[in-house]
Design a protein. Structure first.
Length: 292
């Protein structure tokens, strides 16, 4: 019967694990809904901001603003550093969410280094920072404090120093590796070029703007805002993607636990039935021997 007790212990253990994974699935579902609302709220604002910049942009204005100006190439003595921001989560148990983002950042970093650039890696989230520290790579910055409820202030604190570095001509570009929230089941890694700003495509609808004071003054305010908004969108989309990935991972774990419990229960019942059959056979055999 020791085998039966062992099976019952395993069944209880897996049932307890199932309760934990089911709870985590429900918590992630709730958090994903709130994070998804933040994504839905950020997208129209970002689209409107890009549309206004696209309508105001002109080649003569582009030369006046460092955030729009293409840097001198590396071969001609241009800046040799590129900033790469990687957004991961602070916690695991989210399937391949963090691994996919880290892989994308490594591939992009290797591609830039092959072109002769030095990559300054800025990590948001403990998982990405922990991985690169394990490899012995020095980080330009490490931000484990943002978490899964990012704000505009968090985005400004990440983007602000990089904007100043780019304006001063010390960076050839700034890029962002984030998760893109397509749906609850699709959260692929996404590479965003932040600086220099690529003028958004014009909408095709000619608008009669009344500009006050003028387009240059408006762009001076909008361009840094646009860069900060790119970081904010990356943060909120990555947060929503994290919860979606964790929800999927915990649902799969719960389903697997259910299947394992069913398999072990059938095995336990078969073993128990075999023991009962054996005991009956022994009783019948003993009675027959007494009668004989």
């Amino acid at each position: 019967m020791a085998k039966g007790r062992e099976l019952k212990g395993r069944i209880r253990s897996i049932q307890n694990t199932k309760k934990i994974t089911k709870t985590m699935e429900l918590v992630s579902t709730s958090k994903m809904k709130r994070a998804q609302d933040r994504v839905a709220g950020a997208r129209p604002y970002a689209a409107a901001l890009a549309e206004v910049i696209g309508d105001l942009w002109a080649p003569d204005l582009a030369e006046r603003f460092p955030l729009l100006r293409q840097p001198v190439s590396l071969a001609k003595g241009g800046p040799s550093r590129v900033a790469l921001i990687l957004i991961t989560s602070n916690r695991g148990l989210a399937g391949g969410f963090n691994a996919n983002l880290i892989r994308e950042a490594r591939h992009r970093s290797e591609a830039l280094e092959a072109q002769g650039y030095t990559v300054d890696l800025h990590c948001v989230g403990k998982k990405g920072a922990g991985f690169f520290k394990y490899l012995g790579r020095k980080l330009a910055s490490d931000r484990p404090d943002i978490g899964d409820a990012p704000s505009a202030a968090h985005a400004a604190s990440v983007a602000g120093p990089l904007i100043l570095e780019f304006e001063a001509g010390r960076l050839a570009g700034v890029e962002l590796v984030q998760a893109r929230f397509v749906s609850a089941l699709s959260t692929p890694p996404h590479l965003v070029r932040m600086l220099p700003i690529e003028p958004p495509a014009r909408s095709g609808v000619r608008r009669d703007y009344i500009l006050k004071p003028d387009a240059a003054a408006i762009l001076e305010s909008l361009l840094p805002l646009y860069v900060r908004n790119l970081v904010y969108r990356g943060l909120v989309e990555s947060a929503a993607s994290e919860h979606a990935a964790r929800r999927t991972a915990m649902k799969n774990a719960t389903d697997n636990a259910t299947e394992i419990v069913q398999t072990l229960t059938r095995k336990y019942n078969r073993q128990r039935q075999a023991m009962i059959t054996q005991e009956i056979a022994e009783i019948v055999g003993g009675a027959a021997a007494l009668e004989g």
